[in-house]
Design a protein around this ligand. Structure first.
Ligand code: NAI
Ligand code: UGA
Length: 431
């Protein structure tokens, strides 16, 4: 099939490359010329394992990128993979996706055949039908009756995006009631993936599909906050939260995943999506107490990490190493990284911060141009009076003699990645 994907960020680039890999002909559309140029060279503008290999296989053949929306008219289905950032009150800002929807509608005004527009972005229940569809339809004018709408939430994780997309736990396809053509068309897009993986397909309504995405992320974020709360209690007792979580996770009803306690959840989605569903619930007149508490626990964890450091060393005027800047390993994404409140708190207390991350330093430099960025964990630790471990990059597990070079070897681990060892003062956040 011929598909177009509007927005070539983490989700758009991944799904465009994966759809091409599944045999579809894909046109990626982005407003940013440099993103388009980079894609057409076969290079992703983002760091995501396996993506460049897929691009190398398919760019110039089944995958091309352009800034020209008119390319949509030559495709059957358009996926909208645009950002849906937070407004101040936590609700989603739909201005970017609506601008794209309008541009899609303008292009479709020149198409005679039927077309399916699918929301891939995370949007609160009702957004596709009450905002996106009207924006497309108004711009498409007379042709608007030939346009169907769908919602296909994305569950991929950054760092494992390609594997997650090509081996999903589930595929959720939301369409409008009675729109058989829409159902069949969306089914056809995913048929090669279903054939390849046997993944279960959930066929549902558009609002249900929108809500499933929020329920999924709210559940996972709350699960982490719950294990963090329990971990904080474990720390008070001197009990190892990881031993507790390992045992608790053996209960099939709980499951072993997402029970790693520590400095909390960051990234572009959990914070934004939990805030959005809280705001949306409030708009409906419901006050979601548990989700607000999950955010509260998460917001508190970085402060607890700094408190553990200050219980051993006063950061004022001291050189403090921050190991890990990305919100999780295998990505250069620093959006809502726990490193941000940590660095800020250290600077507020007068510390001289030296940060290290294998791939995310350049992104953090935009937020904090004036702190020192080391080329290696060893260089960051050299002569440091304390170290905070923020991201569980596997290379940190190999650190050993590097700690001997610290001026005062206080290591506070927010991710359980460093081994407790002789010669260092080691504090785990929840163990
Ligand atoms: N990042 C992730 O892991 C996941 C994100 N999502 C959701 O997917 C959506 C997209 O997120 P990301 O891919 O992370 O965003 P992103 O910020 O990485 O990429 C967005 C892209 O859209 C482009 N763009 C902006 N305005 C445009 C326009 N009018 N026309 C064409 N292109 C335009 C930008 O230049 C950028 O390349 C969001 O709703 C997010 O919540 C869902 C699952 C996973
Ligand atoms: O909607 C999204 O964008 C995506 O959000 C998350 O994916 P992602 O944010 O890429 O990363 P995760 O692996 O879920 O980690 C999120 C945060 O939780 C933290 N985390 C994760 C697991 C855990 O046990 N403990 C923990 O603190 C990570 O360090 C990270 O800061 C979801 O896992 C994806 O299913 C979803 O598609």
């Amino acid at each position: 099939m011929k598909l177009s994907v509007v927005g070539s960020g983490y989700v758009g680039t991944t799904i465009a490359a994966c759809f091409a890999d599944l045999g579809h002909e894909v046109t990626a559309i982005d407003i940013d010329q440099s993103v388009v140029d980079s894609l057409n060279r076969g290079e992703a503008a983002i760091h995501e394992p396996g993506l460049d290999e897929l691009l190398a296989d398919h760019v110039g053949d089944r995958l091309t990128a352009t800034t020209d929306y008119s390319a949509i008219t030559d495709t059957e289905v358009t996926f909208l993979a645009l950002p849906t950032p937070s407004n101040k009150d936590g609700s989603i800002d739909t201005s970017i996706i609506l601008a794209a929807a309008e541009a899609v509608g303008e292009a479709l005004a020149n198409k005679t055949d039927r077309h399916l527009v699918v929301t891939k972005s995370t949007v609160t229940p009702g957004t596709t039908q009450t905002e996106i569809a009207p924006a497309v339809r108004e711009a498409a004018g007379d042709r608007s009756k030939r346009i169907s709408f769908g919602m296909n939430p994305e569950f991929l994780r950054e760092g494992t995006a390609v594997d997650d997309f090509l081996d999903p736990d589930k595929i959720v396809l939301g369409t409008e009631a009675g729109d058989e053509w829409g159902v069949d068309t969306l089914d056809a897009v995913f048929a090669p993936l279903v054939e390849q993986t046997g993944a279960p397909v959930v066929r549902t309504g558009i609002r249900e599909a929108e809500m499933i995405k929020y329920a999924n992320n709210a559940f996972l974020a709350t699960k982490i906050s719950l294990i963090n709360e329990l971990g904080n209690i474990c720390k008070e007792y001197g009990v190892d939260a990881y031993e507790v979580a390992d045992a608790v996770g053996l209960d099939d009803r709980i499951g072993e995943q997402f029970l790693r306690s520590g400095v909390g959840w960051g990234g572009s989605c959990f914070p934004k999506d939990v805030a959005a569903i809280i705001a949306a619930a409030r708009q409906q007149g419901y006050e979601p107490e548990l989700l607000s508490a999950a955010v509260g626990v998460n917001d508190r964890q970085p402060g607890r990490l700094v408190d553990l450091l200050t219980s051993h060393v006063d950061p004022a005027g001291k050189r403090i190493a921050v190991l890990g800047l990305a919100f999780k390993p295998d990505t250069d994404d620093i959006r809502n990284s726990r490193a941000i409140p940590l660095i800020q708190s250290l600077l507020d207390q007068g510390a001289s911060v030296v940060a290290y991350d294998p791939v995310a330093a350049d992104n953090m430099r935009e937020n904090y141009p004036d702190i020192e960025y080391a080329d290696s964990a060893a260089a960051a630790l050299d002569d440091a009076d304390g170290a905070l471990v923020v991201t569980d990059w596997p290379e940190f597990a190999d650190l050993d003699g590097e700690f001997d070079e610290m001026a005062s070897p206080v290591v506070v681990d927010g991710r359980r990645i460093i081994e407790r060892r002789d010669g260092i003062i080691y504090e785990g956040l929840t163990w």
